[in-house]
Design a protein around this ligand. Structure first.
Ligand code: KIV
Length: 300
């Protein structure tokens, strides 16, 4: 099945947080894509992807929910472990889903720990503003590398009547800068800015001591992330900053139609499960005996 994939150990060196920081210092941009399964992870590692995000968008993409607040914790931990098993030499960031970190700090730290141990994640991502600084500080004190996701926070969509952009007014732009600074001071490892004006993100990048990943936040960021299915042309709708580069959705439909035609025609190719001649002869004898027994039902 995976003959075309090279051995995962062939990658020169695993991408670690240290690798990423070195890239940022050297002015090299890093790329990240969402990923929810081991097979896709292997191919993305084969491509040399620096980082994978097991996003809570899995709730939409994999489970078909209308938004990310339904994504279950256990499900996301299991997917994260699958992705890391598929791409052991790639940096894996796991999203903490809705209600896995908001209600109680102690529970949040335990859940984050589960992503690192059971989920094999390298980092956890939380959708935050500066009010989460104490939690981020506690997590970082516990040795949990936190990606502080600021700007548009899809887990807040209900508060806004849908997905929204952040930092579009002078007031909210300054608030975003304050969020970024508070997260750095609290000990976050990386920042992720979603759906914000490019000049606001550029200012965050200028002021921040942390690497900044953008998702629809402009090109000033050190790294960029988009949802893989958007890039592959599999989504019903995709944002303008993540337009498809291929049409895999169409290819899946074409392949499915081809399979349906093969099934209808009975043309399934070579059949590899064969009986040898002596078993075939014995089978014929057994069939004849069975037919004879059926013809004489009262004989004991
Ligand atoms: O869950 C997700 O996919 C995200 C994005 C940043 C794309 O959080």
């Amino acid at each position: 099945m995976n003959e075309e994939l090279s051995d995962t150990t062939k990658r020169a060196a695993p991408v670690t947080l240290r690798t990423l920081l070195k890239m940022v210092r050297g002015g090299e941009k890093f790329a990240c894509l969402t990923c929810y399964d081991a097979t896709t992870a292997r191919w993305l590692q084969e491509a040399g992807m620096h980082m994978l995000l097991v996003g809570d968008t899995a709730g939409e993409v994999i489970l078909g929910f209308p938004n990310t607040i339904h994504t279950p914790l256990e499900f996301l931990i299991a997917l994260t472990a699958g992705v890391k098993r598929g791409a052991p030499a790639t940096l894996v960031m796991a999203d903490m889903p809705f209600m896995s970190y908001q209600a109680d700090d102690a529970q949040a730290i335990r859940n984050a720990g589960r992503f690192l141990t059971e989920g094999l994640a390298d980092l956890v991502k939380l959708e935050v503003d500066r009010s989460f600084a104490p939690l981020v500080a506690k997590m970082s004190r516990a040795g949990i590398p936190v990606v502080a996701h600021i700007g548009s926070r899809p887990q807040h969509a209900k508060m806004h009547g849908g997905y929204y952009a952040a930092g579009k007014s002078a007031v909210t732009a300054i608030e975003l800068l304050d969020d970024a600074r508070a997260m750095a001071e609290a000990g976050a490892t990386l920042l992720l800015v979603e759906a914000a004006p490019a000049e606001v993100t550029a200012q965050i990048v200028r002021e921040s001591t942390l690497p900044v990943i953008g998702c629809g936040a402009g090109s000033a960021c050190h790294g960029q992330v988009v949802v893989l299915q958007d890039l592959l042309g599999m989504s019903a709708w995709q944002p303008a900053f993540a337009l498809p580069t291929v049409q895999i959705g169409r290819q899946i439909a074409d392949a499915a139609q081809h399979w349906m035609n093969l099934v209808a025609s009975g043309n399934l190719g070579e059949h590899s499960y064969v009986m040898n001649n002596s078993e075939r002869a014995a089978f014929q004898v057994a069939l004849a005996a069975r037919a004879a027994a059926a013809a004489e039902p009262n004989r004991s």
